[in-house]
Design a protein around this ligand. Structure first.
Ligand code: PLP
Length: 424
């Protein structure tokens, strides 16, 4: 199926029914699976035979969605999780232990900043947050003996900074460590980070992939390109006594990273997706290509409208020619970045709140990236746990309004903004 275009893969990849089987991916609403012999179950545990035995580790509905997402990203394998937070946690601790260090772009989702800066720090993992626009030489200075990975987002939530993926990949590979990219906002429709050197991709599938704001979820995808046997990743290249001495790089080949994430960390942490949510995610993925196209064209029109409006102080959308990241966005996401834009209203925080309360079509929601237009003031909501310095580091000003442009008729979205602005 690798020759098909990505639009076809959105529909056709993953579930491949046999003769007389359901055409549509069934929901295997079962925690457990039946076998005729103990010997057979033993082989499943040994990973010498493929199959399902307990839904915490694998489930046929979830498995089909994992295959589809791996195909969309151009990776070799994937593991779905119960949320984007669980995906980023597992992606990182699969290769980072207490005493290790990681380099992380400071322009990332607030929840991920907390996870890394507070919770992982408490677990003994050290993080250096870096300016994603820093030069390769500057970034190299942050690398230490115990640095195990580099992490960034394709387009940062909510600052919409576009990461120079090739620069980050060079930094990582010059130091024999992998680049992990959270590709939530761009989705594989607009950017496939593996093509630019990323080794692992993560997503909060709760956003565009589901696309209807119905199911929390996350996913980790492995490109299969990184050499885990280079002496830096003993967790993958030496026996795992908790999994009868398995050596992942020796016994699982290119699937070492995802296999370890599944049989060791998913086993222990249990942040598995439900079959029902996987089914909903699969439905969302079937229209991902259509929705992304509309999200992006609507967002560009709204951004262009706002840019011309004299009640607006500034507009940030990587698709605008005036944008600092326009060239990087064209390079990495020529089809469009995402449906998320941000802007400031003249009159600061007070005007922003009045404007938001006057919107009728666009609802105030914490969520982004679903079919409905939504709006949010990060400084007083999603990012309120961050200190002023962390806010500024993440590029968030007090007047910043984040708008997630939906797939309604764009004239109605603009008319709603116009009537709300007229109330100021
Ligand atoms: C929302 C989000 C997450 C967290 O995902 P959840 O599914 O909410 O746990 C991680 N990264 C990015 C870029 C996000 O937008």
């Amino acid at each position: 199926m690798s020759n098909y275009h990505i639009e076809t893969k959105c529909i056709q990849e993953g579930f491949k029914p046999g003769n007389g089987e359901p055409r549509v991916l069934p929901i295997y609403q079962s925690t457990t699976f039946k076998y005729d012999s103990s010997e057979h179950v033993g082989k499943l545990f040994d990973l010498t035979e493929e199959g399902f035995f307990y839904t915490r580790l694998a489930n046929p509905t979830v498995d089909s969605v994992e295959r589809k997402i791996a195909a969309l990203e151009g990776g070799i394998s994937a593991m779905c999780t119960s949320s984007g937070q669980a995906a980023n946690l597992i992606a990182v601790i699969n290769i980072c232990n207490a005493g290790d260090h990681m380099i992380v772009s400071n322009a990332i989702y607030g929840g991920t900043i907390n996870l890394f800066a507070v919770t992982l720090k408490r677990m003994g993992i050290e993080v250096s947050f870096v300016n994603p626009d820093a030069s390769l030489e500057e970034l190299q200075k942050e690398v230490k003996e115990n640095t195990k990975l580099v992490f960034a987002e394709t387009i940062a939530n909510p600052t919409l900074i576009v990461t120079d993926l090739e620069k980050f990949a060079t930094l990582a590979h010059n130091n024999q460590i992998p680049l992990i990219i959270d590709n939530t906002f761009a989705t594989p429709i607009n950017c496939r980070p593996f093509e630019f050197g990323a080794d692992i991709v993560t997503h909060s599938t709760s956003k565009y992939m589901d696309g209807h704001a119905v199911a929390l979820g996350g996913v980790i995808v492995d490109s299969g390109n990184f050499n885990w046997d280079n002496g830096k990743f003993s967790g993958l290249s030496t026996p795992d006594e908790s999994y009868h001495g398995m050596v992942y790089t020796r016994d699982c080949g290119k699937n070492a990273y995802i296999t370890k994430a599944r049989v060791q960390l998913m086993r222990d942490l249990g942040s598995a997706p439900t079959p029902n949510n996987a089914f909903l995610l699969n439905l969302g993925l079937e229209t991902l290509h259509l929705r992304m196209e509309r999200h992006c064209s609507n967002a560009l029109k709204v951004a262009e409208y706002l840019e011309k409006n004299d009640k607006i102080a500034w507009v940030n959308y990587p698709g605008l020619k005036s944008n600092k990241y326009y060239d990087l966005a064209q390079k990495y996401m020529p089809k469009g970045s995402s449906g998320v834009i941000s802007y400031g209203i003249k009159g600061g925080r007070e005007a922003a709140v009045k404007f938001m309360d006057s919107l009728k079509l666009a609802a105030i929601v914490v969520h982004v990236a679903d079919a409905r237009t939504g709006v949010l003031h990060p400084a007083s909501t999603t990012h309120r746990q961050l200190s002023d310095q962390q806010l500024l580091d993440a590029g968030i000003t007090p007047d910043l309004i984040r708008m997630s442009i939906g797939i309604e008729n764009v004239d109605d979205i603009i008319a709603d903004i116009e009537q709300a602005l007229s109330s100021l």
